[in-house]
Write a protein that binds this ligand. Structure first.
Ligand code: GUN
Ligand code: FE
Length: 435
């Protein structure tokens, strides 16, 4: 299968100069990027005049299981949001509702130009969410939620959780030629016993599986972690032996200097979720400072009940704006934001050899943005600012993952949008009735 993208404005990476040219895809890979490509025959040619070709966006912290709870947990801080609303809602999922929630989320992500996600599901039925990712073609790192303490509503025994993890790992890790990967996902320090963390550590080391969790998101949360464990959040992770380049931490807002040092020395990956941090009133992560010290920070929208959607354009804008207000207009250049949403995301997931930039030999994960009434007027030198501050999901014309066109001319090809919506509406009723 050969796809030729003709005459696009190509941005290979956050640091490269845009140029007009063509991209040739063969099967799942980019095989040629140059000013002009002529071939005898392609299976499909896309006329990309007026399109900007960029590496697909990578969101490193998502909860597809929560998509269907959008707008059901409003105007409360993290711990109330979680214990009063989200855990009870997650506990009521069944296979059907989880599948519909995952499909709804994936549709939104693809339509808005996200080609790769790292996702955290709920305790049960995670094979259904893997199935949704398999069918809809998005590149996915995913895990079942691990929690054995802290509440009565949603938790399981260590034995159950680890068996479930092993079964999902065997079935899904490296599925579809590596497009899908399994990740261990303990919820956060407050929902996991030391024994559970120990089992997670053993499995992670034995099979080289990354660990994806939340950390230091909210001040109250960090105070309880300190009271329960005797340590600050990141310090606790270091003490129990999980601080390593394979550790991926969402939020990282309430840290002291010693904890930033732990992140830096262990190459721990930080997953920044600006809209969630604002909406739950959690705080502002010190992203420019972390980037300056060499910490890899990437971006994620988190779950729709805390932000309330999965649109990377919102996250990129906010990632810039909140820092500009906090420490100055020059604190977050557009290149840094674009970098976080592309190659830093790839690095966070250990996929930088495959995705995150447009390069020959890399996977063909490409987004084509069309300029329109609110974004036609860019100059090459500020094209990334145009993408971040002027563009939005209505600019996404094509989303290509692994060489497959999943969105064409703004339309989802891999599933029927109407069917996804109808099923999601039906599944949502299950939760509304049980509120
Ligand atoms: N901390 C523990 N669980 C969650 C969650 O589901 N979302 C967010 N934002 N923070 C959490
Ligand atoms: Fe989260």
């Amino acid at each position: 299968m050969k796809i030729l993208i003709k005459n696009a404005k190509i941005i290979k990476s956050f640091s490269s100069t845009p140029f007009s040219g063509d991209i040739l895809i063969e099967n799942d890979k980019i095989i040629n990027i140059s000013d002009k490509i002529t071939i005898d025959k392609s299976d499909k040619t896309i006329d990309a005049t007026n399109y900007i070709a960029i590496p697909g966006f990578i969101q490193t912290h998502i909860h597809l299981a929560q998509t269907i709870f959008r707008n059901l947990a409003e105007d409360v801080p993290l711990l109330d949001w979680l214990y009063k609303y989200i855990l009870p809602l997650e506990s009521k999922h069944n296979e059907n509702t989880l599948y519909d929630s995952a499909r709804l989320g994936i549709a939104e992500l693809l339509l808005s130009g996200t080609t790769t996600i790292q996702d955290m599901e709920t305790i049960h039925f995670t094979h259904t969410s893997f199935k949704a990712a398999e069918e809809m073609g998005i590149r996915t790192c995913m895990g079942n939620m691990l929690m054995d303490k802290g509440n009565e509503i949603l938790s399981e025994s260590i034995d159950f959780l680890i068996k479930e993890s092993e079964s999902l790992y065997r079935k899904w890790n490296n599925y579809d030629n590596g497009r899908i990967k399994y990740v261990l996902t303990p919820r956060f320090a407050l929902s996991c016993s030391k024994d559970l963390f120990n089992e997670i550590k053993i499995m992670s080391e034995k099979s080289n599986i990354p660990i994806h969790t939340h950390a230091a998101e909210n001040l109250k949360e960090t105070e309880i972690v300190k009271k329960e464990t005797g340590y600050r959040n990141i310090e606790y992770f270091e003490r129990i032996g999980i601080a390593s380049p394979k550790l991926r931490l969402a939020h990282c807002i309430w840290l002291n200097d010693y904890e930033y040092d732990i992140l830096m020395k262990n190459d721990i990956k930080v997953l920044h979720c600006p809209s969630t941090n604002l909406k739950l009133g959690s705080g502002i992560a010190k992203v420019p400072e972390m980037l300056d010290t060499g910490i890899n920070v990437s971006i994620g929208a988190d779950g729709p009940p805390c932000n309330n959607n999965l649109n990377i354009f919102n996250e990129m804008k906010l990632a810039g704006l909140i820092q500009k207000l906090r420490i100055g207009a020059d604190s977050m250049p557009a290149e840094n934001i674009f970098k976080m949403a592309t190659i830093n995301g790839a690095k966070a997931l250990g996929l930088e050899k495959d995705i995150g930039t447009l390069e020959e030999g890399k996977k063909a994960d490409i987004v084509l943005l069309k300029s329109n009434i609110h974004s036609f007027d860019y100059e090459e030198k500020n094209i990334l600012s145009t993408i971040i501050y002027s563009m939005n999901r209505d600019n996404v014309a094509y989303t290509i993952v692994n060489g497959k066109i999943l969105v064409e001319e703004g339309k989802l090809l891999v599933a029927k949008e109407k069917e996804i919506l109808e099923n999601a509406k039906e599944s949502r009723l299950h939760f509304i009735r049980n509120l």
